[in-house]
Design a protein. Structure first.
Length: 201
């Protein structure tokens, strides 16, 4: 009986350890590749219905972020350490670099920091409030402390468990954006040939 209780207590302690921001960052950093679908809903003041969009994304620790919106219209966003490339169907690609538009590049570069829970990048721009909700669930509230982010956003709230599951953005105009991520996959851990080509443009 004693041995059974010991095993149960060990199992319980393994499953209920506290999640910290540092352990979360370590967990995410151990995922060299992440694939997921997303649904986005934006509520804008003065509009009766929210704007909805969906698509999929690919994050590679080595290559960067590839974001592909499929509905209501096709749009792709490629982001790496040097550039951001936005492409809409039937239009030439727009390339933004840190030199040509540092503020826009900084904002979009934060996207990868959010997915990796990169505290070194996030702490430069936000005050962080991390809460362990139990059962591996957590919430991270980001309050901007640098310009221009503090002129654009009130808060950015991340919820997740084993992966980042939702991002809620509240801006200074009272509008809100809710992004849900699902069907997350970390295997295979290397990019396929087709996935590598996405970052070759």
């Amino acid at each position: 009986m004693k041995s059974i209780l010991t095993i149960l207590l060990l199992c319980l302690s393994i499953n209920t350890y506290a999640v910290t921001l540092s352990s979360l960052q370590q967990r995410f950093s151990e995922q060299p590749v992440l694939r997921a679908n997303f649904e986005q809903q934006r509520s804008i003041s003065g509009m009766d219905k929210p704007l909805k969009s969906n698509g999929n994304l690919l994050i590679s620790r080595e290559k960067g972020l590839w974001w592909s919106q499929q509905q209501p219209f096709a749009l792709t966003l490629l982001l790496d350490d040097k550039r951001m490339v936005q492409t809409m169907a039937g239009q030439p690609s727009q390339v933004i670099t840190a030199d040509s538009n540092p503020q826009m590049f900084q904002f979009n570069h934060l996207l990868t920091a959010l997915f990796h829970a990169d505290t070194s990048v996030l702490e430069q721009n936000f005050t962080l409030a991390f809460t362990d909700l139990g059962q591996d669930k957590w919430v991270l509230v980001l309050t901007p402390k640098t310009t221009p982010l503090d002129k654009l956003f009130k808060t950015i709230t991340l919820h997740g468990q084993f992966f980042l599951e939702t991002i809620d953005i509240e801006d200074m105009q009272g509008d809100g954006t809710h992004i849900r991520f699902f069907n997350q996959l970390t295997e295979p851990k290397i990019l396929s040939h087709a996935e590598q080509q996405l970052f070759a443009h």
